[in-house]
Design a protein around this ligand. Structure first.
Ligand code: FO1
Length: 312
């Protein structure tokens, strides 16, 4: 089916790049991005939603392309003043970014569901895609290490992903339910495809799949589920994916990624550098450039995903 809406599951930087590629090649209003809730945390009395915000800023053209998080062209007066007061400054909040956290926290405190706030912010930023968290309830990724369990942002930012990882917990997932907009998008009979973006499987996509009902809704979707591997040439494009795979005793390979997702994903796209891996896959595989350096790269990969879905 070469028309119809698309749903993408995304974490942070890598996922947001492919989400942008899909956003560029699809008609307006035909993309729903289901975002990882697991990085969210309460900090300085504010609700911070990093992966949803990375997608928001990326599709709005406001993202900081150097860091991959927060806004471009930021000023840091708030952070400097906070540090001077002895406040926590390890997690850097730019002045423009701060406005989003303050406004979102105000609306959550007024009782508005997180998905409504996120969708409304996307529209205010001029984004013609639906951006929703996997669920309205709080899901918090904690990282198991030999030294005990770490809240995600302590592991990722404060400790710079250095602790050895032995496992993950997604606290609150058991009580969560997929938000209505996510279920509606997945249940659309005219759905063209579901895309598992090249994000970290453990800390970006698994928290989405851990929300009861989400994986079943994806399997039941009326369209193929296409995964794009985050591994290229035995290493992760960005972030701690490869380090985590090694620490978990997994091969740092595309095949290990396929095994990790099992029957949630129907077919895969792996990078041209790893074409030889295709023979070892259980599911259909398309080889294509998956490194996204430019806008054109993102659009080209998005088209490869849509073409593979149309072939299944
Ligand atoms: N990541 C960092 O490594 N250092 C930071 O100071 C930092 C601040 C920050 C502020 C807002 C936001 O939305 C994301 C931020 N991130 C920062 C990224 C954050 O840790 C995300 O969870 C990662 O991008 C993983 O997806």
């Amino acid at each position: 089916m070469n028309v119809g809406p698309v749903v993408a599951l995304s974490g942070g930087v890598g996922g947001a790049k492919l989400a942008l590629g899909l956003y560029r090649v699809l008609p307006p209003d035909s993309l729903t991005v289901i975002c990882n809730p697991g990085d969210d945390f309460d900090h300085l009395g504010l609700r911070i939603c990093p992966d949803a915000d990375t997608v928001l800023y990326t599709l709005a053209g406001l993202a900081n392309s150097e860091t991959g998080w927060g806004r471009g062209g930021e000023t840091w007066t708030f952070m400097q003043a906070l540090a001077a007061l002895g406040g926590e400054s390890w997690f850097r909040l730019g002045d423009g970014d701060l406005a989003l956290h303050v406004e979102r926290s105000r609306r959550l405190a007024a009782g508005e569901p997180l998905s409504h706030v996120t969708e409304n912010v996307a529209r205010r930023l001029g984004v013609r895609a639906r951006i929703v968290p996997a669920c309205d309830a709080a899901v918090r990724t904690t990282v198991r290490t030999p030294g005990g369990r770490l809240p995600f942002q302590h592991y990722f930012v404060r400790d710079r992903c250095e602790p050895v990882v032995t496992g993950f917990d997604f606290e609150g997932a058991g009580d969560a339910r997929p938000c209505g907009a996510a279920l509606a998008a997945l249940a659309d009979p005219s759905l063209r495809c579901v895309v598992v973006c090249p994000s970290n499987p453990f800390i970006s996509i698994d928290p989405i799949l851990a929300v009861p009902g989400m994986a079943d809704a994806i399997r039941a979707a009326a369209a193929p589920v296409i995964g794009v591997s985050p591994i290229v040439g035995g290493r992760a494009v960005k972030g701690p994916t490869a380090k985590m795979m090694r620490e978990l005793g997994l091969d740092v390979s595309n095949r290990a990624i396929e095994r990790h997702y099992g029957d949630v994903v129907d077919a895969w796209i792996i990078d041209s550098e790893d074409a030889a891996d295709a023979a070892g896959f259980d599911r259909p595989v398309r080889v294509a450039p998956t490194l996204m350096r430019t806008g054109a790269d993102k659009a080209t990969l998005a088209r490869a995903v849509l073409e593979l879905a149309a072939e299944l």
